[in-house]
Design a protein around this ligand. Structure first.
Ligand code: PNS
Length: 175
């Protein structure tokens, strides 16, 4: 690891409510490019999620640990609530945000935020092209599928599947 002042850090922010296989892929790919990846679990106090901030943090940590992937060692998971992403980046000493892009709709959603973060604090955004295997996966669709008893085992890590089953009923893990 380089001296502290030279450590290249990025922040991968998101609601992670809950973490999906697409999120995990982006975190690990970012960890191949940076010394430390800060997975920033954003908790919006105005929005009630399925999982609380601390629960989401635990699920991301659990999925990383269970992945067995050596890149996971470079990912730290933190919650940030009720504040600007650029302030979170500043506190951590990170000048780069990394996000995954599944397609044009994601790009249209992400572009103004990327421009705003650069405007506010010169924080740059690096977009990773989403793995096509995960293109159809979003946290909201995962929750909907799980809620109605669909099979989410190819959409989320096992630890998240178990948490969905516990929260939404056994249907979510039966199939
Ligand atoms: O997973 P999401 O919900 O698409 O993540 C969006 C998130 C949390 C990255 C974004 O809403 C965010 O950065 N929120 C923090 C508040 C902030 O900085 N808002 C201005 C961004 S331009």
């Amino acid at each position: 690891m380089p001296p502290l002042a030279q450590i290249r850090r990025c922040v991968c922010p998101g609601s992670f409510d809950p973490l999906t296989l697409g999120h995990l892929d982006v975190l690990l790919r970012a960890a191949a490019m940076f010394d430390v990846v800060h997975a920033g679990v954003a908790v919006n106090p105005a929005k009630r999620g399925l999982f609380s901030g601390p629960e989401r943090v635990e699920l991301v940590r659990g999925a990383l640990a269970a992945s067995g992937d050596p890149r996971a060692e470079r990912v730290v998971v933190e919650e940030f609530a009720d504040g600007l992403l650029v302030d979170h980046c500043r506190r951590l000493g990170a000048a780069v945000v990394v996000k995954g892009l599944r397609g044009g709709t994601d790009y249209a959603y992400e572009l103004p935020m990327a421009l705003m973060n650069r405007h506010l604090a010169e924080v740059e955004t690096v977009f990773l092209v989403g793995d096509p295997r995960f293109e159809h996966i979003s946290s909201s669709l995962v929750k909907e599928v799980a809620r109605y008893g669909g099979d989410v085992s190819a959409l989320v890590p096992p630890v998240v599947r178990a948490a969905l089953a516990a929260r939404l009923g056994e249907n979510a893990s039966d199939q």
